[in-house]
Design a protein around this ligand. Structure first.
Ligand code: SAM
Ligand code: F3S
Length: 461
């Protein structure tokens, strides 16, 4: 009987990517098969996030539940990976001695050896070091799972924003060699992948060594990846304003595969708060980038991260954030109340804003962005969107579901053959979290589904 592996993932897309690679790795090394049912598993792994306190607390409450299972099934293996593991290391075994494995974001490639060590010694194994590139060299070749794939191009962060724990848990910025990244994209395209998301904590800080000693920037990587046959759509996340150079801005005019959707975290609309956060840019500089990208892509849709209630944030600072939101117009936000993280420079700052005030600010910001998002959705009604089809809709299996260029989910009546292909869909209805539409039956428009060539095109009225 194969060992059944259950992985619970918290946090960012980097963690999603890492969890998929872990499942693949342990499948190859120990024949483990993943299960969606934790009760049924022989090995339970938590891939954790420590960006906010709440995320960290969830780890220990989840471990508490698993502890009871282990009392009745001592052979059950429990592992903790990700940023909490990196931050806490051995302390996890002290607080939760029933945990068998502790591994960091940079050491999960060593899991097969750690599992062997555990099976022979039955003692907890901890490895949360930062060996960097060794990880990618040791992972099995990527396996496509549908027409969309994530490709990690760089790891870590060297920006040291005053509130953020990531540079300490994931280490400093480190770019994978260009040849490795481009080979991975090529191999995924060969397996039928049509859309790639280039991933990194600060993906546009990418600076990858080339076999001939040269260095490839992120804007160049985008161009090389887009040029690979079969790759018709390119996304990336998360980019940082200070690494957003002119060459990347120009890519929006020159690389049609690059989507008209940009996630560019601003965090606050107040220069005073941005400086306290040590973000390294001003509000005007952020707006200038957006304006220059929009000059090249009039249909650009933006999303951002916001931190509300950073220590010392006044009503006026918050109003400046709201004013920026009005000027820019966002489609989506990842917005949270500031959470002090131990060991970060902002942690000791006095924070006198009452939590009800922070909550009210957050609700107002989210309501405004939701209404902007509804307006963007409403404007899409009547347009024809190029949709990459994932498969049948989860809620309505008689419908097909896919994503537009600007990352909206669209459900439409379509044929099963459209799965993993691009089709053109006329949008008929905009709901809060998805769009509805009808397949455009036009041989020229849906040439890809009919077996013809596809060219990247943006929504047309
Ligand atoms: N590299 C990205 C950038 O340019 O900002 C961010 C990556 S960070 C892991 C993801 C998001 O978590 C941040 O953009 C920020 O909004 C949020 N975050 C990080 N630390 C936080 C904290 N202490 N409290 C609340 N939110 C936090
Ligand atoms: Fe965190 Fe700032 Fe880096 S938010 S991930 S330290 S860019």
């Amino acid at each position: 009987m194969p060992v059944k592996l259950y992985i619970k993932t918290f946090g960012c897309q980097m963690n999603d990517y890492d969890s998929r690679r872990i499942a693949h790795l342990l499948g190859e090394s120990h024949g483990m098969v993943t299960t969606g049912n934790a009760n049924d598993a022989d090995m339970l792994l938590l891939n954790t996030c420590s960006v906010r306190e709440k995320a960290q607390e969830k780890v220990f409450s989840q471990l508490g539940r698993w502890r009871e299972w282990k009392e009745t099934r001592p052979e059950l293996m429990i592992g903790v990976g990700g940023c909490v593991a990196s931050q806490e290391g051995e302390a996890i075994l002290k607080r939760a001695p029933y945990v068998d494995l502790v591994f960091g974001p940079q050491t999960y490639h060593r899991l097969p050896a750690m599992v062997d060590q555990l099976l022979s010694s039955r003692c907890g194994v901890v490895d949360v070091s930062f060996p960097e590139i060794e990880k990618f060299d040791s992972l099995p070749a990527p396996r496509a799972d549908g027409a969309r794939a994530l490709v990690s191009v760089m790891e870590g962060c060297s920006k040291y924003c005053s509130f953020c724990v990531v540079p300490y848990t994931r280490g400093e910025e480190f770019s994978r060699p260009f040849d490795d990244v481009i080979t991975e994209v090529y191999e995924l395209a060969e397996q039928g992948v049509r859309e790639v998301t280039l991933l990194g904590q600060n993906v546009n800080a990418y600076s990858g060594a080339r076999h001939d000693g040269g260095v490839i920037t992120f804007a160049e990587l985008v161009r090389y990846a887009a040029a690979i046959e079969g790759i018709d759509r390119l996304r990336y996340t998360t980019s940082h304003p200070i690494d957003f150079d002119q060459n990347l801005i120009d890519a929006y005019a020159e690389v049609p595969e690059l989507v008209s959707h940009l996630h560019l975290p601003v965090q606050s609309g107040s220069d005073r708060i941005l400086s306290l956060m040590k973000r390294g840019y001003s509000v005007a500089e952020y707006e200038d980038i957006v304006q220059r990208v929009r000059q090249r892509r009039t249909d650009l849709v933006l999303s951002s991260d916001f931190i509300i209630g950073f220590p010392g944030e006044t009503d006026d600072d918050f109003e400046q954030t709201m004013a920026l939101i009005e000027r820019i117009g966002f489609d989506q936000s990842f917005s949270f109340i500031y959470s002090p993280r131990p060991g970060t420079p902002a942690a000791p700052l006095p924070d006198e804003t009452p939590s009800e005030v922070k909550q009210a600010r957050l609700s107002r910001l989210q309501a405004r962005i939701n209404s902007m998002s509804a307006d963007i959705g409403a404007k899409m009604i009547g347009t024809v969107q190029r949709v990459l089809v994932d498969g049948p809709s989860r809620r309505q299996p008689t419908q097909m579901s896919g994503r537009t260029d600007n990352n909206r989910v669209v459900n439409f009546s379509g044929v099963a053959e459209s799965r993993n292909r691009f089709v053109n869909v006329r949008i008929t209805e905009a709901l809060p979290h998805s769009l509805r539409g009808g397949l455009v039956i036009d041989e020229n428009l849906n040439s890809d589904m009919m077996g013809g060539d596809s060219t990247a095109a943006h929504g047309t009225a």
